[in-house]
Design a protein around this ligand. Structure first.
Ligand SMILES: [Zn+2]
Length: 295
């Protein structure tokens, strides 16, 4: 099935929501959309309630009434962050839209890592959620003409009511210049995602396969929660050894506290050497694109 259907279904709903005035459209009111849309469009088996629950290790669930054709959505009452609640609800709504013929109950635990191109229903529900909450056309408008920065991502995170990390990951889908979003902790890369332009030029960090230390000189090693966002120029080959020695990249970094502390990094590179000038076997390195949407 891949990511196409989740995207298409989320986009259809976004089209309907376009009639709303801007301040009502974002952040998307997932509860309202799930209840109203399912009542109108799927009146045979609508979503009738959205509540919290208390089940250890379960983040969100979608369940059908044992005898009635009615569905309910729930999220763990321990989740505090509004962005994470919103994403969890959108994920469960995604199961309802995409998968409810398959099962009568979905119990979703917090999955830390996603393979972007993984073909399972959990990844599909995440893709649906990300497109429902952050439609690409609107995201493009928000960042048009802006230089990429942590502030830009914060603006989008606030507009869509999602975490900075989710906003940063979504941004890699529309960024045209080479860009890599990195999450680091204790001097190591937790995960990284390259946009297409970066990936095509072999600029990526396969953090799932290899243990990748953050380069000593990188400002990702130097920011603290108190310092706020910091920007610096670096030699690109500090991070990506195949980049020519005279190429520079711009690092933006922000340390994030709370119960999931990490440092968010944006690595921005100039346009690459055209592909046909690269040796061919270098292009056959396997993909390793990890995603973490909810945090
Ligand atoms: Zn799920």
């Amino acid at each position: 099935m891949g990511a196409k259907r989740p995207m298409a279904e989320a986009n259809k709903i976004s089209q309907l929501l376009r009639v709303l005035p801007d301040d009502e459209r974002f952040p998307v009111d997932v509860e309202k959309v799930a209840l109203e849309l399912s009542r109108v469009r799927y009146s045979d088996d609508p979503i009738v309630s959205i509540n919290t629950f208390d089940i250890d290790g379960v983040e969100g669930l979608l369940g059908r009434h044992p005898t009635d054709r009615k569905w309910k959505i729930g999220y763990n009452h321990r989740i505090q962050s509004p962005g994470r609640i919103r994403f969890t609800l959108a994920h469960e709504f995604g199961h309802y839209i995409l998968h409810r013929e398959m099962k009568s109950e979905f119990r979703c635990s917090l999955r830390d890592m996603h393979e972007w191109d993984q073909r399972d229903i959990e990844a599909e529900a995440d893709v649906f959620a990300s497109y429902l909450l952050m439609p690409l056309d609107d995201y493009r408008n928000q960042v048009a003409g802006l230089l990429p920065s942590i502030e830009m991502l914060r603006h989008c995170g606030n507009r869509y009511g999602v975490s900075l990390m989710a906003a940063a990951l979504k941004w890699t889908e529309i960024a045209t210049k080479r860009a890599v979003v990195v999450a680091a902790r204790d001097g190591f890369v937790l995960w990284a995602r390259s946009n297409n332009a970066a990936f095509r030029s072999r600029v990526y960090l396969p953090a799932k396969k290899l243990t990748i230390p953050v380069p000593e000189e990188s400002i990702l090693n130097q920011v603290s929660v108190r310092s706020g966002p910091v920007t610096a120029k670096q030699r690109a080959n500090l991070w990506f050894e195949k980049e020519p020695g005279d190429i520079e990249l711009v690092e933006h970094a922000l340390a994030i506290g709370g119960d999931y502390p990490y440092t968010l990094g944006l690595l921005l590179l100039p346009d690459a050497t055209p592909l046909w000038e690269l040796p061919e076997d270098d292009l056959l390195i396997p993909v390793d694109q990890a995603l973490r949407w909810r945090k």
